[in-house]
Design a protein around this ligand. Sequence first.
Ligand SMILES: Cc1cc2nc3c(=O)[nH]c(=O)nc-3n(C[C@H](O)[C@H](O)[C@H](O)COP(=O)(O)OP(=O)(O)OC[C@H]3O[C@@H](n4cnc5c(N)ncnc54)[C@H](O)[C@@H]3O)c2cc1C
Length: 482
Amino acid sequence: MNEKKPFRVIIVGGGVGGLTASHCLQKAGIDHVLLERRSTAAPPEGASISLYPNGLRIVNQLGLRKAMDAISTPAKYLWWRRPDGSFFRQGRYYDYIVENHGRSSDLFERREFLQVLYDTLPNKTPIRTDAGVVGVKELPDGVQVTLNDGSVENGDIIIGCDGVHSFVRNAMWENANKVAPGLITEKEKTSMVTSWKGLIGIAPAEAKLGQRDATIVFGQGHSFLLLSDPERIFFFVFIALEKPFHWPERVRYTDDDVEAVAAGLADSPITDSLTFGDLWKKRYRGTLVPLEEGVLEHWYHGRTALAGDSVHKVTPNLGLGGNLTMESVVVLCNCIQEMLVAQNGGKPSQDAITNAFAKYQALQIRRANQVCEISAANTRGQSWHTTFYKLMVMWLEPLFSDRFGADMLGEMWRRAPKLNYVDLEDAKDIRLSWKEINLAKKQTWFQKKVRSRLLRSTIKITLSAAAVATVAISLCSWRIID
Ligand SMILES: Cc1cc2nc3c(=O)[nH]c(=O)nc-3n(C[C@H](O)[C@H](O)[C@H](O)COP(=O)(O)OP(=O)(O)OC[C@H]3O[C@@H](n4cnc5c(N)ncnc54)[C@H](O)[C@@H]3O)c2cc1C
């Protein structure tokens, strides 16, 4: 690479992570190009995306709040329903999130969200659409990627934001194992697993499902999530696969698969007077997608770093994956910006790049694992994956207040990262003020090895015992009443 050329980042993928990365790099004045294989930044695919206080804080910092507020709906009510559609709980969960952080959970149509992320970019010159990456080469002093039209782009580092089937990740693995044979093991490569599929789509508004509501319908082997805004219902059915599979196995569902799954669910109640079939019949669109989950061990190698679904993929019931992707991009951009400031205009060495990437991974991997675990438990609880999960969600969870649930997630959100190089004025009148993660503060051996395991086991044992006790007491009380 030419020493005189400015440091240049190549972002592969123009989805949630890639577009956020372009915003963050533009704020830092770092030269970059974003390569997206589709012809538009906002294809009419998927259903919705919800942003929580951590994602909304990033949106705020990037100066996008007004534009995003104009296309989103803050959630207000949470309804829990049994498999027969009957109501058993309405929660104040979202009110508590507002009390805790000043913001709730904002619901966007996914396409509109991506469109605004693109439209609000201060400079669109770095964005290249119809630019599918088909080759990645790490050179001693830079990187070179080849596009499907044969053209090449040169840069200093690559950020792989190209989703769960990442091409950049495969190239990184190949390169890493050439340099250090066995570094990326088969175990790591197969650690993303697909145990669920999702039937997702958009239908017209439905009075029974409200205008700012989230409805969860629990079930055996599958669960429904319905999110409403004043005009639409975003529907999600999460279905357990009979046989989970791992990378590199991949499934692409056909239209016939979609119709067959929808037909099988048509009679399933959503409320006491609405079935899934009623929604499906009126749908604007609907599709079937595999739902992968897992967090990889290696987030970088050489001049390549991965961010978003390419390195941490979570099940979507709680809607945490896109927020986590934005967080990871923010942390990576902080580390890149800090590295460049230390270079004083010169090009960073491989060691400096490695240190920056290592810091990025160290700051974010624990959060990613936590989010993956929370999401996995949620998906399994809502679809009664085992008797334990069924007892937990139907008997035990209702005993806890919504405040407790909001506070548990709130502890995770309040430690979310922000851009270190952009001013931000956080709201003051909130219950859970923002906290910073300090890597310099060393964890003791006890904290690292024992505390988290001990805590997890204690929670599991206590919860199981409480669940069994609750059922027993409840059964006895019915006998006494009889
Ligand atoms: C059904 C469902 C609902 C969800 N709901 C929520 C929610 O409510 N809230 C939330 O926070 N998260 C949600 N998520 C998760 C969220 O959508 C993802 O975590 C997020 O999109 C990840 O962003 P990404 O940039 O890593 O990948 P993506 O958004 O998938 O973007 C990857 C991009 O890379 C491009 N690409 C791929 N290969 C190449 C290549 N070779 N060359 C060039 N470009 C390439 C693709 O075209 C794509 O545009 C949901 C996920 C699913 C499946």
